[in-house]
Design a protein around this ligand. Structure first.
Ligand SMILES: *Cc1c(COP(=O)(O)O)cnc(C)c1O
Length: 387
């Protein structure tokens, strides 16, 4: 009999032969600075739970109360059955936190990026996208019927040349991560806002890894650069430093009204459970009340970068809590990751398609929950692996 999926095992075998077949482990503990995978106790340098909030008691309590009061599911898209009280409160709080007129929550950061790019651009427009942008931005540019031009990582001169050639397009959208997820580098936002002004482009940024971490008040890198008022479209996620789930867009009321009407992942996706909104309200409070979390995170990052650079590892241009150890080949990256795993450390090896061939790396991501002892354990192990 004809098996319509007979081609799949071959594809999987091919991945296996290239040592690129992935499988998912089962985590047997809650998310935190340490985790267990079955019998393996691990110091966790893999998560994006930068402020150590994913398992925080206050988020649990807020979620529990919301479940008791409002139940679990939300029933339909907010356009059909309305947004819940908790979601409305969260969107208002988020707008206040980010200093914008309005905010809109999405089912994921992925949906927020893809759905915003697609809504803002169409045939006749051009999207200018950093080559290291997150997959959700790339997929947004694929969904859009606009022309796409990719510029080299953080290369503002190249971008300016592109902009000079793009005057005939109806609209220009420049889109960039603010903190790049794989190499820990920071976008030149101060220059990007000027370019957007000069060439009449829309600047859209993704603060996924920077919200809660950068800026005096934890608003992100736009705050750090003092350009919050000059970036009209800002995307973020609840799933990283805020320890929860879901994505968001902040900006003018007009922008948000437009997305409610035009962003397909918003319109055709069920609203998040009230419990998630309640937990994220609690997380926003904590970000504002406990700056020591991001201070501690930055201290840890500075310490670790210094120690690893001293050992001679190449860390690229990381200036953040995301520290890539760039080793080049896939074999070496996976070998180092496996050796660290044996010694009780979860440090993912990153390889294609997450990074280009030959630029494989270990991606260390830090949390405010890491102790000095956790960091020392990693530094000692890395020294052994180097020499
Ligand atoms: C993780 C990530 C997203 C997606 O956010 P989710 O809420 O996990 O879907 C978007 N952009 C960047 C840069 C990310 O790293």
């Amino acid at each position: 009999m004809f098996d319509p999926l007979a081609w799949i095992p071959e594809q999987l075998d091919l991945l296996h032969a290239m040592e690129r077949r992935r499988a998912i482990h089962v985590r047997s503990t809650q998310q935190g600075a340490t985790v267990a995978w079955q019998a393996n106790q691990l110091i966790n340098f893999g998560s994006n739970d930068y402020l150590d909030l994913a398992a925080d008691q206050r988020l649990r309590d807020a979620a529990s109360q919301a479940i008791s009061a409002d139940g679990w599911g939300s029933g339909a898209s907010p356009l059909i059955t309305g947004r819940g009280n908790d979601q409305a409160k969260l969107e208002a709080e988020l707008a206040a936190f980010e200093g914008t007129e309005a905010a809109l929550t999405f089912s994921s950061g992925f949906a927020a990026n893809a759905g915003t790019i697609d809504a803002l651009t169409d045939r006749g427009d051009v999207i200018l996208s950093d080559e290291k942008n997150h997959a959700s931005i790339i997929d947004g540019t694929r969904l859009s019927k606009a022309t796409v031009r990719v510029y080299p990582h953080r290369d503002v001169d190249y971008l300016e040349n592109l902009l000079k050639q793009c005057g005939t397009f109806r609209r220009r959208l420049i889109v960039t991560d603010t903190l790049f997820s794989m190499d820990g580098t920071i976008a030149p936002l101060d220059e990007l806002v000027d370019l957007a002004d000069q060439y009449e482009a829309i600047l859209m940024v993704d603060e996924a890894h920077a919200t809660g971490v950068f800026g005096e008040h934890g608003h992100g890198l736009c705050e750090h650069y003092g350009v919050e008022d000059r970036v009209p479209v800002r995307v973020g996620t609840f799933s990283k430093a805020l320890g929860g789930h879901g994505g968001f867009v902040v900006g003018s009321q007009t922008l948000i009204d437009f997305l409610i009407n035009r962003s397909r992942p918003y319109i055709f996706s069920t609203a998040a459970p009230a419990a998630n909104s309640a937990a994220m309200l609690a997380a926003l409070q904590i970000v504002q009340q406990e700056p020591q979390r991001r201070e501690r995170l930055m201290e840890s990052a500075q310490f670790l970068r210094g120690a690893l650079r001293e050992q001679g590892w190449s860390l690229g241009d990381s200036h953040s809590q995301i520290i890539p150890v760039i080793v080049g080949t896939e074999t070496l990256a996976m070998e180092l990751s496996a050796k660290l795993f044996e010694q009780g450390m979860l440090v993912p090896g990153i390889r294609p398609p997450s990074v280009p061939d030959g630029e494989c790396l270990l991606r260390i991501s830090l949390s405010a929950g890491h102790t000095r002892q956790h960091l020392d354990t990693l530094v000692d192990a890395m020294r052994e692996l180097r020499f």
